[in-house]
Every structure is written in C-alpha cells, then in structure tokens.
Design a protein around this ligand. Structure first.
Ligand code: SPD
Length: 275
C-alpha cells in the first residue's frame, strides 16, 4: 500500500456522508495508540490521518491552527506561559510561538505522532526546535494532575471525542485544567462541527459554565473536517473581550482583527444552543 499512487482514502462523517481523498500513500503504521496514515493528495497536499480521521492537511491547516490560537491568545492581556494538550503535528505550537511568550509546553500522548510530524510535516513541526518549546510525550490528563506549573492559556488540540480523547471533553478534565490556570487564564478547546455535533457543543458549553463564568464559542471553516464549519470554545474566570487586545503577528492568512470579531458572531442556530 505504501507508495500506491491511486489509493482512495474515505472518512465517513455520518453513516452516509464523508470525504474522499485520492493520493499516494507515504506512510501507514500502527502506533501504541492508533493507526497513522500519511497521504499526498494533489488538492490538499500532505495529509495526516489518525484512526481514519483527517487531522491536518497542508492546504487548509491554517484555518484551524490560526483561529484556534490567535483569537484566545489575543484575548489575554499578557500571556507568558502556554500549555498545549495534543497538537502533536506542531501546528498550534507554531502559531503560539509567533507571540512574545516565555514558554510553551506541548503534551502529546503519542510519541509516534511527534516523530511522523517531524519527518513528514516540517512546516508545522519545526516549532518543536524553538528554545521556548518543551515537547513531552505523555497523557494530557496525567500531566495536568501532576504539574506544579501554572499557565496563562491551555489549548486542547485534541482529536474527536472517541477512545482515549473522550476524557478531554469532560467536566472532570476541565476542573483539573482550571487548577493549573493562572488568574485570568483562558482554556480553549476544539469542539467539533456545529452542523454535525451540536449536542456535543451544548454539553461542553454547559460543563464549562459550571466552572468558568465566561464561556465563548467561536468559529472557523476547515474544508476537510466533518461539516466544513468548525467550532472552538474558550472559557475563563475573567471576562473575555470581544476584540483583540493587541496587533496580530503579521504573516497570517486567515486571522485578523476583523475575522476575530466575525468569528465570535454566531449564527442563530448555534447562539441559541450556547447562550
Ligand atoms: N475531525 C478531526 C478533528 C481534529 C481536531 N484536531 C486536529 C489537530 C490538528 N492539530
């Protein structure tokens, strides 16, 4: 299969709809935790697929990583220490390091994903070599329980809530994460598709509101993800501004002052669920 030029990858997003990508298989292997597949698709470029789900493609990853990171980080008055749970491809870390922060700790469960990112996704994973970055391979839940450090932002850049990732969407996990946030800290999670996973977004929202008085959902598009429209949820014990507090880094493709404000403006079908 590796080297096969015309392999058709199929991911079902529901029982009867999904995405098809044809391409050359670059790598297929099983890690301790999951199946890792890398294909080269002429339209979306190199694509990382974990357990049959598209995680990132070279062509559209910036929609996800820029919006996940810059909107929350520019909502914090003075971010210095950042924690990323998951995010083993390095895309979120790359965006975090565009800011004047002192330290970013990335905690990825699967060290094989870190290795694959280093070898096949250098545009994302070159962030691993930044002096401010600390890369750990362990379970996020275990790290959060054991760490003595406090963070200004915690990004939960997880896969879908299936298998080992399910815990990262629970109230129990959010309570523990809240304990390692500095005063005024912000927790941010990827929270799936408003079109296909509205119940999950509602549940995460309710769970976070039991812990944090300020919770906001914001949106981006990710063409290769289920439903195409994607949500993030951020939460804090301090109020969250509606606009960025500083100028963004200069080399961005989708995040701007305008898209920041627009992304926080929710369509009624979603606003009704999280208001
Ligand atoms: N359905 C795919 C959801 C994946 C969300 N996380 C992607 C990680 C990219 N850094």
């Amino acid at each position: 299969m590796v080297g096969e030029e015309t392999y058709w990858f199929k991911e079902l997003h529901t029982q009867d709809a999904g995405i098809l990508l044809r391409g050359k298989v670059i790598l297929k292997k099983k890690s301790k935790f999951q199946e890792i597949l890398v294909i080269e698709n002429p339209t979306y470029g190199r694509t990382l697929i974990l357990d049959g789900c598209v995680m990132t493609t070279e062509k559209d990853e910036f929609f996800y990583h820029e919006m996940l990171v810059h909107l929350p980080i520019l909502s914090h008055p003075n971010p210095k220490k950042v924690l990323i749970i998951g995010g083993g491809d390095g895309g979120a870390l790359r965006e975090v390091l565009k800011h004047d922060i002192e330290k970013a700790v990335l905690v990825e469960l699967d060290e094989e994903v870190l290795r694959v990112a280093r070898e096949f996704f250098p545009k994302l994973s070159s962030s691993f070599d930044d002096k401010r970055a600390e890369i750990l391979s362990e379970e996020g839940t275990v790290f959060i329980k054991g760490t003595k450090e406090l963070f200004d932002l915690i990004f939960i850049d997880s896969p879908d809530p299936v298998g080992f990732a399910k815990e990262l969407f629970t109230q129990r996990f959010y309570r523990r994460a809240a304990l390692v946030l500095n005063e005024g800290g912000i927790l941010v999670a990827q929270t799936e598709s408003p079109l296909l996973h509205l119940d999950l977004i509602r549940e995460v929202n309710q769970n976070l509101k039991r812990i944090f008085p300020f919770v906001r959902v914001f949106l981006t598009v990710v063409p290769t993800y289920p439903g195409g429209l994607w949500s993030f949820t951020m939460a804090s014990k301090s109020s969250l501004p509606h606009h960025p507090l500083r100028d963004p880094p200069s080399d961005l493709k989708v995040y701007s002052r305008e898209t920041h404000i627009a992304s926080l403006s929710l369509p009624p079908f979603l606003e009704n669920v999280v208001a």
